[in-house]
Design a binder for this molecule. Structure first.
Ligand code: ATP
Ligand SMILES: Nc1nc2c(ncn2[C@@H]2O[C@H](COP(=O)(O)O)[C@@H](O)[C@H]2O)c(=O)[nH]1
Length: 206
């Protein structure tokens, strides 16, 4: 009997490209994906809730989580720490449910190293100019932080080739449809492999 585990989907891309926006729109349609809520040391933005948008932690609490090996990956990003709770991801995959992470590029690369069977999706903006406009218009960052995030974005975009799929976020709905079709096609792929594996096992017996 082959154990059916869930698939780990990782959505990444530069700050301001629209990962959060696309993820929220995706979750309105894809009820079979489980979102892994991250831990962060950054302050909540207006309207953000603990346990919904993030688990907001102090630096000391975050450090303890690292020391106790509770994070699947973590990264320091523009002065704050962000990480993925390991237990939730493992338990959910073990139950056969898909997990969806929305994380920055350094963290995604760490997951890829430790969990290469994951599916890695890179969201890109239609242009760097548009990326800049999106971060500025969101109005959540100081001028200095906008500059830092844009500097990071240039380096992050260079990592695009390391991903399984690249999706352009020109229109949110189109990006969501692409991601949904990736999820579907990854399931078909794995079902095919499982069937072939089962056939091969049966062949061994007879
Ligand atoms: N396809 C799109 N067209 C126009 N604006 C968009 C699109 N997608 C997202 N936006 C806008 O761009 C801004 C940044 O989006 P969002 O916060 O989702 O980005 P992000 O990649 O999650 O950023 P961060 O990594 O900093 O958290 C928001 O104001 C959002 O409304
Ligand atoms: N490596 C990780 N990156 C994460 C995680 N959760 C979110 N993020 C990414 O951090 C930046 C900044 O987020 P913001 O909410 O301050 O704008 C963004 O790219 C997020 O996707 C995580 O667990 N690990």
């Amino acid at each position: 009997m082959i154990e059916e585990k869930g698939i780990l989907f990782v959505l990444s891309g530069p700050s301001g490209v629209g990962k959060g926006t696309v993820r929220k729109a995706l979750f309105e349609k894809a009820t079979n994906l489980q979102y892994s809520i991250s831990v962060t040391t950054r302050n909540p933005r207006e309207g953000e809730k603990d346990g919904v948008d993030y688990f907001f932690k102090t630096k000391e609490e975050f450090q303890n989580m690292i020391e106790q090996n509770q994070l699947l990956e973590w990264a320091e990003y523009v002065g704050n720490y962000y990480g993925t709770p390991k237990e939730y991801v493992q338990e959910t995959l073990d139950k056969g449910k898909d997990v969806f992470l929305e994380i920055e590029v350094q963290g995604a690369m760490k997951v890829k190293k430790n969990f290469p069977e994951g599916v890695f999706i890179f969201l890109i903006p239609p242009s760097l100019e548009e990326l800049k406009n999106r971060i500025i218009n969101r109005g959540t960052e100081t001028e200095e932080l906008v500059t830092n995030r844009l500097l990071a974005a240039r380096e992050e975009i260079e990592m695009m080739d390391a991903y399984d799929y690249v999706v352009v976020n020109d229109e949110v709905e189109k990006a969501v449809e692409k991601i949904l079709s990736i999820v579907q096609s990854e399931h078909c792929k794995r079902e095919r492999v499982a069937k072939q594996y089962k056939k091969a096992l049966e062949g061994d017996v007879t």
